[in-house]
Design a binder for this molecule. Structure first.
Ligand SMILES: [Zn+2]
Length: 646
């Protein structure tokens, strides 16, 4: 902090100028006028409508000894002639800032504003009216939330350290000083130095082999929002899966990954068949250590994947279909702000389901959608009763709150069912034509919900004289009555089986001659077992659950989806003998989707809560900040803990 008073004056003045300048982009078409909101972003301090980054080159030195990245962020700007550029930073140490091209740089003044625990700090840089190059010299700190530094014991091989980043939603600013908002698209390049025994990869064009000296160069030539800049460094091996597709992971897991992901090249073909050419040249994946907080993250050209997807039977690959679908929705056409998050996720869940249908048939795709729909209905009820019932709208208002609070199943599944309902109304052929034209029209652009609505009316509903309650779907709470209803015959069979078991029948007993009919875990796919468990009463006698485990071993089956559902039922039923398996699971897995409902179930009674807190105390060392902070809020709700460091 250099001078608070000057900062305040300057910042107020700039805020005023920003608000005066909102109408600068009104020349395209009438649709364009709608998104004035594109120029505002409740989660960034930057003045992108006056001066914006178009390319960033990163010089990064990744130091595992003190878990720090020493970086220079070399911004190439489009400047409308202003004398201040504002960037977002969070928990970064800024060392100096220079103007000009590398080699002819001159130092300039800067001011760092006060820290907001959610947004971080504005970094105001004094520039000249014709400044094009701004170089920010910085280092990350132990408060950097985007980076997860893992000691060897937290990796799969347990011999080498690992580091990866997670930028979405507003964490990129904690490892790179950027204008951190999804409406600004940039290209990037990077020169990265790492220990020579490890390998670095980024969401960019990756070098084809491991470098001997630990120096790597990366290029991302397509413009992306900066939350998609990503890096992973570890003991990584590469395995080719198809012509333009492959997987990186630790050597111990490479064969399992190659087996699990064998269908991915087929998925790419299926996706291209539905919505047109894949625009990012290569589709590679990196399977990270277990602490990764998400199932997958759609970093372009390099999907980040949670190892819990490696179930051994290819049963959880729909997550890859999801991340692949993001190559169109989210990465190619991006939500303009986090209030429009459903544009990223609703489209992606819809598209993911179409890919699954193309490869595995409608019956499987419908079962996937039904399971997701049940989860969304539960979340919808919880949100409706909570502090922010307005979060059940697709278009959100998250200013002043963390974008993470908007990342609920509403955007994902209500969004997808909006599109499914629309598809049913207009017919698949017409709908696909519309979606294809939408992806083409807004390729490499960021758009608002309002703009999407206008485009939908203009290109699909009005010309075909179709009446549809679009506004209700986008801007009203809850679920519209015309929402499409899916049914599955296979689910009905599983429900009958669950009802018989709940009524006390011995479903595992078969006559000698009918051994084929014996109920085994292989008899049903993951979604059918989820339906089976959910159909059981929410509390059962522990002995009955133990009997089921004797026959099916849900508690240690290795399929995280089934295990999570089973643990929740077990906790609610006081089935204490799951605890050793549950503890192992909580120590190993850092994926928030699983941890959150399990810890929530544990927090419901005193004895479980005490046990849960004890487990968390050790398990948290293996969780990323994103999961860690969510769980902390569940276990210690009254304490100010969400943004405390580990
Ligand atoms: Zn997604």
């Amino acid at each position: 902090m250099k001078n608070n008073i000057i900062y305040y004056f300057l910042f107020c003045l700039l805020t005023f100028l920003v608000s005066c300048n909102e109408d600068s982009e009104t020349d395209e078409s009438f649709i364009h006028k709608i998104d004035k909101t594109l120029l505002k972003d409740g989660h960034s301090y930057s003045n992108v409508n006056q001066i914006r980054t178009k390319h960033i080159h990163l010089d990064l030195d990744v130091n595992f000894d003190n878990k720090t990245i020493y970086g220079i962020a070399r911004h190439e700007m489009v400047n409308t002639g202003v004398d201040t550029a504002i960037f977002d930073i969070k928990a970064l140490e800024i060392q100096k800032i220079t103007l000009g091209k590398k080699g002819s740089e001159s130092e300039t003044d800067f001011i760092i504003g006060e820290n907001d625990k959610l947004l971080g700090q504005p970094l105001l840089v004094k520039i000249k009216k014709d400044t094009k190059f701004i170089n920010i010299y910085y280092k990350t700190t132990d408060k950097t939330e985007a980076l997860d530094w893992l000691d060897p014991k937290l990796t799969i091989g347990k011999q080498f350290p690992f580091m990866y980043s997670q930028g979405e939603a507003i964490l990129t600013r904690s490892w790179i000083p950027v204008q951190d908002l999804p409406s600004n698209r940039i290209t990037y390049s990077a020169d990265v130095k790492i220990p020579s025994n490890l390998r670095a990869i980024m969401s960019a064009e990756n070098p084809i082999s491991k470098s001997e000296d630990g120096l790597y160069h990366f290029e991302m030539k397509q413009p992306i929002p900066c939350y998609l800049i990503a890096i992973a460094v570890g003991n990584l091996e590469y395995r080719r899966l198809g012509e333009k597709c492959g997987v990186y992971t630790e050597p111990e897991l490479i064969l399992k990954c190659a087996y699990e992901f064998v269908d991915i090249p087929k998925m790419i073909k299926a996706a291209e068949k539905i919505y047109g050419k894949y625009q990012w040249e290569r589709y590679d994946m990196v399977v990270l250590p277990y602490s990764f907080p998400f199932g997958g993250m759609e970093n372009p050209r390099l999907t980040f994947v949670n190892p819990t997807l490696i179930a051994g039977d290819r049963s959880l690959v729909s997550v890859i279909a999801h991340e692949l679908a993001h190559s169109w929705s989210g990465n190619l056409v991006t939500n303009a702000s986090w209030d429009d998050f459903w544009l990223n996720e609703g489209f992606t869940v819809y598209f993911e389901n179409r890919i699954m249908e193309e490869i595995y048939g409608k019956e499987t795709a419908d079962m996937l959608a039904i399971v997701e729909f049940q989860e969304m209905e539960n979340e919808l009820k919880t949100i409706s009763k909570g502090k922010h019932p307005e979060d059940t709208k697709l278009k959100l208002k998250l200013e002043g709150r963390s974008p993470d609070e908007g990342m609920t199943l509403i955007g994902y599944v209500k969004g997808a069912f909006f599109l499914k309902t629309l598809e049913e109304k207009v017919g698949r052929e017409l709908f696909d034509k519309f979606i294809k034209s939408y992806f083409k029209k807004y390729s490499f652009k960021s758009i608002t919900t309002e703009r999407f609505e206008a485009y939908l009316n203009l290109k699909l509903l009005v010309p075909n004289k179709i009446l549809f309650n679009t506004k209700e779907w986008l801007y009203a709470e809850g679920l519209p009555k015309n929402c499409i209803k899916l049914e599955s015959e296979r689910f009905k069979e599983v429900q009958k089986l669950a009802d018989r078991f709940a009524a006390g029948e011995d479903i595992f007993k078969v006559k000698k001659k009918k051994k084929k009919n014996k109920i085994t875990r292989e008899k049903f796919i993951t979604q059918e077992w989820l339906e089976f468990i959910r159909r059981l009463p929410s509390k059962m006698e522990p002995e009955r659950l133990a009997y089921l485990d004797e026959n099916l071993n849900f508690k240690g089956c290795g399929n995280s989806e089934i295990m999570t559902e089973w643990y929740i039922l077990g906790i609610n039923s006081g089935y204490k003998s799951i605890r050793p398996d549950l503890k192992r699971f909580l120590y190993k897995v850092g994926r928030r989707k699983y941890l959150e409902p399990i810890y929530e179930a544990l927090s419901k009674n005193k004895d479980d809560l005490i046990w849960g807190k004890k487990v968390f105390l050790k398990a948290k060392l293996g969780y990323h900040f994103i999961s860690y902070s969510t769980i902390e809020e569940i276990l210690y709700p009254s304490e100010e803990s969400a943004y405390s460091s580990r």
